[in-house]
Ligand binder design. Structure first.
Ligand SMILES: C[S@@+](CC[C@H](N)C(=O)[O-])C[C@H]1O[C@@H](n2cnc3c(N)ncnc32)[C@H](O)[C@@H]1O
Length: 175
């Protein structure tokens, strides 16, 4: 299966350092896992998805990287995942509504597991004219309540549907 343009674009926007420790939330079939992992020459990619079926598919797709220990995949909701504190330089997700749907306890977990100076990228498909404003406002508010500030808004031509990526950073990265 060829990677869709929205996921290729998201990997370009995410642009992790080769040594980065990356967490993807809601990896689905693991296509973005593959695209990010190939950029991580010395880094690691951890992904969680609450669907065991999706994690099985993502594992099949990324078999070599999983066997090499560069990619770890867990069947779990983010809130229930056993992830260490301050362990990730980049947390990303694509089309995971939990990040803009109150009460969004996922943001508390992101705040806990993000390393000092780390980045968060929340991407989504712009399904309607209202999506960009609604998602941006909700993410700004829900993440803002957990000490994050919106630091960049990117939109991309990703046929057949345009995409949005919101970058956030902790306001007090060491606090
Ligand atoms: C719409 S799909 C997107 C999949 C993939 N990111 C993509 O863009 O193709 C959303 C995925 O996120 C997972 N998911 C939703 N909420 C989650 C949560 N709180 N923790 C972990 N996975 C979650 C779902 O099981 C599903 O596989």
């Amino acid at each position: 299966m060829a990677a869709s343009s929205r996921l290729v674009w998201t990997a370009e926007v995410a642009d992790p350092a080769p040594t980065a420790r990356v967490l993807e939330v809601g990896c689905g079939h693991g296509v973005l896992v593959s695209l990010l992992a190939e950029r991580l020459t010395a880094g690691t990619l951890t992904a969680v998805d609450r669907s065991a079926t999706m994690v099985a598919a993502a594992t099949r797709r990324n078999r070599a990287a999983v066997d090499a220990g560069r990619v770890r995949l867990f069947a779990s909701g983010l809130v229930d995942a056993d992830l260490p504190d301050g362990a990730f330089d980049l947390v990303c997700s694509v089309n995971v509504r939990a990040f803009w749907t109150p009460p969004a306890p996922e943001w508390d977990v992101v705040r806990r597991v993000l390393a000092p100076g780390g980045r968060v990228l929340v991407a989504c498909s712009l399904m309607s004219q209202d999506t960009e404003g609604a998602v941006t406002d909700a993410v700004r508010r829900l993440a803002g309540d957990r000490g994050f500030a919106l630091t960049a808004v990117r939109s991309g031509r990703t046929p057949p549907i345009d995409s949005l990526a919101l970058e956030l950073r902790a306001v007090h990265p060491d606090g």
